[in-house]
Design a protein around this ligand. Structure first.
Ligand SMILES: [Fe+2]
Length: 305
């Protein structure tokens, strides 16, 4: 998996808090995921019936920015359902978080279309809805969010913009960033804009970033443009301080699309015990098979022998 990214890129993630990795996914992987995006979200142009955030209200959040988000599992092929737990993404997350066991705690596809919203967001960090407290100063104790592009994203296609951790440190201390003084916040927003970098890149790019890194969504201005992306977030196993999705709560979704095609390591990202775990007995295996008739439990059965 090392050929998907370099040790230097992991180091850049640790130092800067974000790194743009072009050609992380192969053209074949991208094509299969795009076919799913087209089937699930595909259309040309804006959604006419939508209550929109109007252009001009620059730098605000609005529900219409988040309209076309679908967490996994999704009614489509295994390509989109499993791309967020691609072995190379798991490998990157393990290295980044300095652990050999990770969990995926958010994994969602996100389609954006020119005109559906003004997608411009303020500079923000993602920790507020991933933890109830604040980020650790040690990146390995936080998380890695990986934004993956499955369409070519120019500056007219709403690339995430970000500010590296060293650049942001010139603008705001960790304490300033939580100031309730609106003048301080306005100054931080302005100063971050001067240091912002675009993540514009081609389909197949992966952009791992930290929960304490300033970033913002930007608007789509390309005529009839769209942006197909996936957000997948990893944490260390047994880290109860981090969360977003309780997968079990969404049990009515089409989990067979994941169970019937995933490896034991991919299922472990969702909390499914690996082969050899004492959880697995003849009875739990038989019952799991009844719940997911298409799940190939051979590795779990063999590990029990
Ligand atoms: Fe964000």
């Amino acid at each position: 998996m090392q050929d998907r990214y370099t040790p230097e890129q992991v180091e850049t993630w640790r130092r800067d808090g974000a790194v743009v990795i072009k050609d992380f996914f192969t053209p074949e992987e991208v094509a299969a995921v795009v076919a799913d995006f087209d089937a699930v979200f595909g259309r040309e142009g804006a959604d006419a019936g939508l209550e929109k955030k109007q252009a001009g209200e620059v730098g605000r959040f609005h529900p219409s920015q988040f309209k076309d988000i679908q967490p996994v599992p999704i009614e489509c092929s295994p390509a989109l359902n499993l791309i967020g737990v691609h072995p190379a993404l798991i490998a990157f997350a393990k290295e980044a978080l300095a652990t050999d066991d990770v969990r995926v705690y958010q994994c969602q596809s996100w389609a954006k279309f020119t005109g559906d919203s003004d997608y411009d967001q303020p500079w923000h960090t993602d920790f507020s809805n991933h933890t109830l407290t604040v980020p650790s100063e040690d990146a390995t104790k936080n998380t890695v969010t990986i934004l993956c592009y499955f369409s070519d994203v120019s500056d007219a296609h709403g690339p995430m913009n970000y500010v590296t951790r060293p650049d942001a440190a010139e603008v705001s201390s960790p304490v300033d960033s939580l100031s309730r003084d609106m003048d301080v916040q306005k100054r931080i927003q302005t100063d971050l804009t001067r240091r912002g970098r675009s993540s514009a890149s081609t389909a197949g790019t992966a952009i791992p970033y930290c929960i304490d890194v300033y970033h913002r969504g930007t608007n789509l201005t390309a005529p009839k443009g769209h942006r197909y992306a996936l957000m997948t977030c990893f944490k260390k196993a047994k880290d109860d301080s981090i969360g977003f999705t309780a997968w079990q709560f969404h049990h009515t979704k089409p989990w067979a699309n994941i169970f019937n095609h995933a490896t034991p390591e991919q299922l472990a990202c969702f909390g499914v015990q690996r082969p050899g775990d004492p959880f697995w007995t003849p009875t739990t295996i038989e019952r799991a098979q009844l719940r997911y008739p298409g799940w190939d439990l051979t590795p779990w059965k063999e590990a029990m022998r």
